[in-house]
Design a protein around this ligand. Sequence first.
Ligand code: SF4
Ligand code: SF4
Length: 187
Amino acid sequence: MNMTENSSAERLELLLKAYELLSDITPKKYDCGILCSSVCCKNNGSHGNDKECGMLLLPGEKELLSGAPDYTFLNSANETLLVCDGKCIRELRPFACRIFPFYPKIVDCSGKYSVRILPDPRSFNICPITNDFRKRKARIAFIRNAKKAVRILMRDKMILEELIKQSDMISDIEDLRKKLLSADIKK
Ligand code: SF4
Ligand code: SF4
């Protein structure tokens, strides 16, 4: 794969290309916000944790989005969270919101990365699409563009590392959820 250490300008260019691919294409043909009054925007703790609710950003996104009104950035040693107040300028949504309620699962297969777009377990408690198995299927155009966007982002070393870190973290959540579910069923 063509993956390099980019300058920040090159990184921003990749982010913009990925944003563009997920600018109009959404998981469903209809506006899924009508199913739930856009609960994921009002309750975006699904992206963070109990103390800090927000969207995990990729390297370069803070720089790209810092001019947007109503965004607050919470920095820690390893990550940056974007906190919004439930509304935003659509063109300035971070990558996490563009791909939600799905996430890219990235697996290293002997030096080649496989990318799958899977339902994000952090959404299951709030999202009527992912918490109902029958509605879970996203439209093909969304999956195709999401994969393309992730592949573009993976060209940047820093973003790739962060995507893999987030993929591992979300996969762990999913594994734990399945274990708890099967323990519950056995009771
Ligand atoms: S919670 Fe799910 S159905 Fe509702 S707006 Fe968000 S992604 Fe769409
Ligand atoms: S940034 Fe926009 S799309 Fe993302 S949770 Fe906030 S209001 Fe919703």
